[in-house]
Design a protein around this ligand. Structure first.
Ligand code: GDP
Ligand code: MG
Length: 594
């Protein structure tokens, strides 16, 4: 145990976490040159493409140092706020963290929010300034920022370039010399903290854990503390580049277990694995992960519903955080109301449905989860605008709030204030990291973030602001349901829940946007926004006069074919509502309002 070090790398996105992990693995020959490919730890296609780490993974590094051999377990953490609970559990499995800061960017919002999580988990922090090879590197300034933020001595800050391999040896030495070895009692009953799980179509669910106390042998009968259900340890082992089976894993180790579980729902991040015949208490910090954002997913072809259901079932087997239930929409037919951890998670699910399962789907306006209290005294969770009780039967509504950290240049404080106050935000704190860099803390309604907050923040600060947040619970709020009517017909899939003070403006902008997005047809289309019976906005799309293909007559044939193909493509995601054709973009128009 004294030669084990469990650590993670925390950083703002793009500050070089994956690149540094690659260098550490390469330098320690954990991966042979032959197997080396950029960003080895990001192994899902989508992770590579989006350049983000979605799932956390772990890898064991063996490293000789001053005459002894050390086992270093690198636990990779997800880099997106949607997965912040997984980040917190991955951190809880470590004793130390490399805090990586880009020398050209300095401290950003995620640097701070991850640092706070690491401090909450009592981790030893090793600050590292990365990208010192860059022309724009501001090493001294970033040093000052770090000293100011964590109160360390400047000489404890390491300098590195993950790209060119500078400083890697020093980082490894610091991991061994500064991060404490795991503590815990090998003879105590087993307590292993689950920080991740993955689905393997051959082996079922593979659970990743860190053993806090006790030991785990192949063949042991294990128990999950949250549900007190039992399984057999068919295989246990450690995570080298591939899984390496062992007879026994012990206190301090990071490892995997295979139990024959096929459904991801049975395994919960943050839960404790213990032994059925000698159970221990649950490790503190366990939470059931709850979906934060809800949206409808419908097949474009109504008869593809059964097939879609099949795909959703399969997806859920390997993504426990996805929830769904049947939804019927007058406009879109049968589909599913799905719950996601956040907007990125929603995007990932939609892309996986299309890529891995070959489904063509329509996604409706996302909304957060509201709590409605009726005058009769019932409490209803509203995950869908159609579930909102009639206003006359409502006592009150609550909506979820978040605490947001924004890091920016002092020049942009005014713009950010305007933006956040306009989004019903409350400023909680303002503190200077240096004379020109400021950290602002706001409380904001989550629903305002879901829509277009991030893009607005970027444009009002010319990109010089970073942002991170976490949920802080529900608060009472004045929310109304906004309906959209196309030629007097209400389109349930376009309804949205919105704060009363913003409803008028929202309705007007939504009508304008729909006017842009709906194709002209042979007849006039009237678009209306209504709160209850009251129409708050209206737009007209006049009837089309000319045939669209007319301009091609006499033109060259290939151009005409291209146009027809393009129209066919467009058709794929059109939905006929009453007599109006509505394209997919229109269902997400809310996200694109300025
Ligand atoms: P992550 O989001 O923290 O995992 O960041 P990545 O490791 O994906 O790196 C983001 C970008 O920064 C990539 O284009 C890397 O090639 C680049 N990068 C990472 N480390 C360095 C470095 O030390 N120097 C320079 N110049 N670029 C780097
Ligand atoms: Mg990465």
């Amino acid at each position: 145990m004294k030669n084990i070090r469990n650590f993670c790398i925390i950083a703002h996105i793009d500050h070089g976490k994956s690149t540094l992990a690659d260098r550490l693995l390469e330098f320690t020959h954990t991966i042979s040159d032959r197997d080396m490919q950029a960003q080895v730890l990001d192994d899902m296609d989508l992770e590579r493409e989006k350049g983000i780490t979605i799932k956390s993974h772990a890898i064991q590094i063996t490293y000789p140092f001053k005459g002894e051999t050390y086992t270093l377990n690198l636990i990779d953490t997800p880099g997106h706020v949607d997965f912040s609970y997984e980040v917190s559990r991955a951190l809880a499995a470590c004793e130390g963290a490399l805090l990586l800061v880009d020398a050209s960017q300095g401290i950003q919002a995620q640097t701070i929010s991850n640092l706070y999580l690491a401090i909450d988990n009592n981790l030893e922090i090793i600050p590292v300034i990365n990208k010192i090879d860059m022309d724009g590197a501001m090493i001294e300034e970033v040093k000052d920022q770090i000293v100011e933020l964590i109160g360390c001595k400047p000489e404890t800050i390491l300098l590195a370039s993950a790209k060119s391999g500078i400083g890697i040896e020093g980082i490894l030495a610091a991991i061994i010399e500064r991060i404490p070895a795991p503590s815990g009692n090998v003879d105590a009953p087993l307590q292993a903290l689950i920080f991740d799980s993955v689905f393997n179509s051959f082996r079922g669910i593979i659970i990743y854990y860190r053993i806090m106390n006790g030991s785990l042998k192949k063949g042991d009968k294990i128990q999950f503390a949250s549900t007190r259900t039992d399984y057999f340890a068919d295989e246990v082992g450690v995570l080298k580049l591939t899984m390496t089976a062992k007879d026994e894993v012990k206190t301090g180790d990071v490892g995997y277990i295979i139990t024959g579980i096929k459904n991801a729902k049975e395994v919960k991040v943050g839960d404790t694995i213990t032994l059925a015949n000698n159970p221990a208490e649950m490790i503190k910090g366990f939470e059931e992960v709850k979906p934060m954002v809800f949206a409808g997913i419908f097949p474009v072809e109504t008869d593809a519903f059964e097939e879609l259901r099949d795909c959703m079932d399969k997806l859920q087997l390997n993504d426990a955080s996805l929830t769904f239930e049947l939804e019927t929409s007058q406009a879109l037919g049968f589909g599913f109301r799905c719950g996601f951890l956040g907007m990125l998670h929603m995007e990932i699910i939609q892309e996986r449905l299309e890529r891995e399962f070959n489904q063509t789907v329509i996604t409706t306006v996302p909304n957060v989860s509201f709590i409605a209290h009726t005058s009769k005294g019932d409490t209803i969770t509203v995950n869908n605008p159609t579930e909102m009780p009639d206003p006359t039967k409502l006592e009150s509504i609550e909506e979820p709030f978040i605490k947001a950290q924004i890091v920016t240049h002092a020049d942009y404080i005014g713009n950010i204030m305007t933006l956040c106050l306009g989004k019903r935000g409350i400023i909680i704190n303002q503190s200077y990291l240096t004379s020109t860099r400021v950290e602002l803390t706001f409380e904001l309604p989550l629903t305002e973030i879901v829509f277009d907050f991030y893009d607005k923040l970027k444009s009002s600060t010319r990109g010089y602001a970073s942002f991170d947040y976490h949920p802080i619970g529900y608060r009472e709020s004045d929310i109304v349901k906004m309906d959209i009517l196309l030629n007097s017909e209400k389109v349930d899939a376009l309804s949205a829940l919105i704060h009363r003070g913003r409803a008028q403006d929202f309705g007007r902008k939504l009508c304008e946007k729909l006017k842009e997005l709906l194709p002209r047809q042979q007849f006039q289309i009237v678009i209306q926004a209504a709160i209850g019976a009251k129409i708050v906005a209206r737009e007209n799309i006049s009837a089309m006069r000319k045939d669209v293909t007319a301009k091609c007559y006499g033109g060259d044939i290939s151009r005409k074919r291209k146009l027809l193909e393009k129209q066919k493509e467009g058709k794929k995601r059109m939905k006929q509502i009453g007599n109006v054709e509505v394209p997919q973009e229109a269902f997400l128009a809310v996200l694109k309002l300025d």
